[in-house]
Design a protein around this ligand. Structure first.
Ligand SMILES: O=c1ccn([C@@H]2O[C@H](COP(=O)(O)O)[C@@H](O)[C@H]2O)c(=O)[nH]1
Length: 271
């Protein structure tokens, strides 16, 4: 089953558009992990197991693992755990890769073969040849930055080219020219709901990964209204800190599950 098929099946069968972000920061871990050498893996495993039933996808952010000695091995084991225990939930590796083709080939191997991710986030700035090694894994997903959630997204992504903002050129080019195998998706920040509406109209039913709710201030109702497809799906609405650190006490995993369930229910009220 391809990434897109797995995602669409998950949307339907689990009735959830929640993407659980895995951004483990040891400084925010509950006290029980203080002397745990395997804390990155163990904390994320507990969160994954508690929230899987509410997740349409998991999104580990590679920086939170690569910043630590042995962190990438922990990430590898974590994705293997998800693939073994929660095989219906796709994994999007948030790595925002983009480089010349020969180097991109190595990054694609890292994401899909070493880490076993179903999809990876990519920066389209270097053009199609930089994306091609990822696109060639046509059973996996390529999730391209289109309009990001941060305030600086405006600096370049909204610059006008031939009268249209750059992010619209990106959306159109990826939908019309890069998506020949139907394995593309886009990142659109929840903090830019009007731009989300424009992008949805440009790309049809293409899946959109939406970071930026919660700590970054994005509004769930606006995201769902402006981003959903005709069948009420089409979105992977990410929450990382809002789920991971719902409680830093002993009941951290239950609190994370409660936060994921509440987010699912809030989203579903607007679908
Ligand atoms: O435009 C973007 C692209 C990626 N991200 C990533 O999503 C999560 C957001 O975390 P929260 O704690 O839910 O704010 C994080 O991994 C970012 O690297 C993004 O925020 N915006």
């Amino acid at each position: 089953m391809t990434f897109i098929q797995k995602l669409r099946t998950r949307w339907q069968q689990a009735d959830t558009l929640v993407c659980v972000g895995l951004d483990p920061d040891p400084a925010k871990f509950p006290d029980c992990f203080v002397d745990d050498d395997d804390a990155l893996f163990a904390f994320c495993r507990d969160i994954v197991d508690a929230t899987a039933q509410y997740a349409c996808a998991f999104k580990p952010q590679i920086a939170y693992f690569a910043a630590h000695n042995h962190g990438e091995a922990a990430l590898q084991r974590l994705i293997a755990h998800i693939n073994a225990e929660h095989p219906d939930v796709p994994v999007i590796l948030d790595a925002k890769r983009g480089d010349i083709g020969s180097t991109a080939q190595q990054y694609a191997c890292e994401a899909f073969e070493r880490f076993g991710a179903d999809a990876v986030t990519l920066n389209p700035y270097m053009g199609k040849d930089s994306a091609q090694p990822f696109l060639d894994y046509n059973d996996r997903g390529c999730v391209f930055l289109c309009h990001t959630s941060n305030p600086g997204a405006r600096d370049f992504q909204e610059l006008l080219i031939d009268g249209q903002p750059l992010y619209q050129h990106i959306a159109r080019t990826i939908a019309d020219e890069w998506n020949g195998d139907g394995n593309c998706a886009l990142v659109v920040g929840a903090t830019f709901p009007q731009e989300l509406k424009v992008i949805r109209n440009l790309v049809g039913d293409m899946p959109l990964l939406i970071p930026g709710i919660g700590a970054q201030g994005g509004d769930v109702e606006a995201v769902v209204n402006n981003g959903k497809t005709a069948d009420g799906t089409g979105l992977m609405i990410n929450s990382s800190r809002g789920i991971l650190y719902a409680s830093q006490g002993e009941g951290y995993a239950e609190a994370a599950a409660d936060a994921a369930r509440e987010l699912r229910d809030t989203i579903n009220r607007w679908r």
